[in-house]
Design a protein around this ligand. Structure first.
Ligand code: SF4
Ligand code: SF4
Length: 67
């Protein structure tokens, strides 16, 4: 099953991946990371298709996709 891993420390909460995901699976979380940003979280992991749109758009290389 495809899945992603989010590097919460690298994420700066810009939200680009939340827009890029065609299934809107990513949302900003409610906890600050070490740098003081709200890192994203995956809402429904079972629906990830592994398309990697989120990883491609992330300027901080904070998302890894595994198929
Ligand atoms: S790999 Fe695709 S479906 Fe999965 S979270 Fe990223 S953009 Fe969404
Ligand atoms: S695009 Fe990258 S830095 Fe921006 S919210 Fe998503 S994971 Fe975080």
């Amino acid at each position: 099953m495809p899945r992603i891993e989010i590097d919460e420390v690298r994420c700066k909460g810009c939200g680009l991946c939340t827009i890029a995901c065609p299934h809107k699976l990513l949302v900003l979380g409610d906890k600050l990371n070490l740098l003081g940003y709200l890192a994203i979280v995956m809402e429904t992991p079972g629906k990830c298709t592994g398309c990697a749109m989120c990883a491609k758009i992330c300027p901080d290389l904070a998302i890894a996709v595994f198929k």
